[in-house]
Ligand binder design. Structure first.
Ligand code: ZN
Length: 276
């Protein structure tokens, strides 16, 4: 699943490839990808130009002229490709944005879980998915005082709290395991049992890890590729995700995989102990 670093890498690629392009026609092949009326979606984008492409958490925001924004959630396997309209369609292409210059932005999604929604730009912050989203994992936005306060009110285990996007935006299953290992926190530790020192370290690791992953262009876990079809370069730096049965890089204890809130979760039973 693309997490913040992968989505940011896709965003940067798309800015280079399609910014300022004008849409000639939109064709939705698989209607369920679109939230809302499909006919209206196709019609409203006709003749619009892409002015900028933003991101909040794992959501892409395509900003068009005349105050329209398309929110795009890639979910599990969503991908964008930019191709000439002369090139044959790939299998699993569900939405085609054809530009006046003859190129196309194609949305491809093997599992069809991704979603797109067209709204007025001024209403972006009110969309439920965005309104409840926590801060971006940046030093000047993701503040320690707020992080401590939010975790104090949560009895749930820290791993699902990190995944739910309301405390901090952008972490998915891979980076949640990584930052918990880096902070020596057991994924099942109740969020409200973490000490201020643990929370402070966790915050630093979240910022550091996601910043480094963005700089490296995302991970290659699963079938992730950016808009240029390049894979990410970050795979060398995963410490615990996918390493069950291998020795912990810190203490040599075998990494264990368990399920936490339906998600495969990797940790070191020696370095990461539950805080009681
Ligand atoms: Zn260890």
């Amino acid at each position: 699943m693309p997490e913040l670093p992968e989505v940011e890498t896709v965003r940067r690629g798309l800015v280079k490839l399609i910014k300022n392009k004008t849409i000639k026609k939109v064709k939705v092949i698989y209607p369920k990808i679109i939230t809302g009326d499909v006919g209206q979606f196709e019609q409203q984008l006709h003749g619009k130009s892409i002015q900028s492409i933003g991101r909040r958490g794992k959501l892409l925001l395509f900003n068009f002229d005349q105050g329209l924004t398309m929110i795009s959630h890639l979910r599990m396997e969503g991908k964008y490709f930019v191709k000439s309209s002369l090139e044959p369609l790939e299998k699993h292409t569900h939405v085609i944005f054809e530009f006046v210059d003859g190129s196309q932005l194609r949305y491809n999604d093997v599992r069809k879980f991704g979603r797109m929604q067209l709204i007025k730009t001024q209403q972006v912050k009110e969309v439920p998915n965005l309104a409840k989203l926590g801060p971006e994992p940046l030093d000047n936005q993701f503040l320690l005082v707020d992080f401590i306060q939010k975790l104090a009110g949560k009895k749930k285990a820290i791993k699902p709290v990190l995944l739910d996007q309301t405390v901090v935006a952008g972490l998915g299953n891979i980076y949640a395991d990584e930052v918990l290992w880096l902070s020596k926190i057991h994924p099942l530790t109740p969020a409200n049992k973490l000490s201020p020192a643990q929370i402070s370290l966790l915050r630093q690791q979240i910022i550091k890890e996601l910043t480094a992953a963005v700089a490296a262009g995302g991970t290659t876990i699963r079938s992730y590729t950016d808009a240029f079809e390049h894979s990410g370069k970050f795979q060398f730096d995963l410490h615990v995700y996918g390493r069950q049965g291998q020795p912990c890089q810190r203490c040599g204890t075998e990494i264990v995989k368990i399920r936490v809130a339906q998600r495969g979760t990797h940790f070191c039973p020696n370095c990461q102990r539950v805080t009681k």
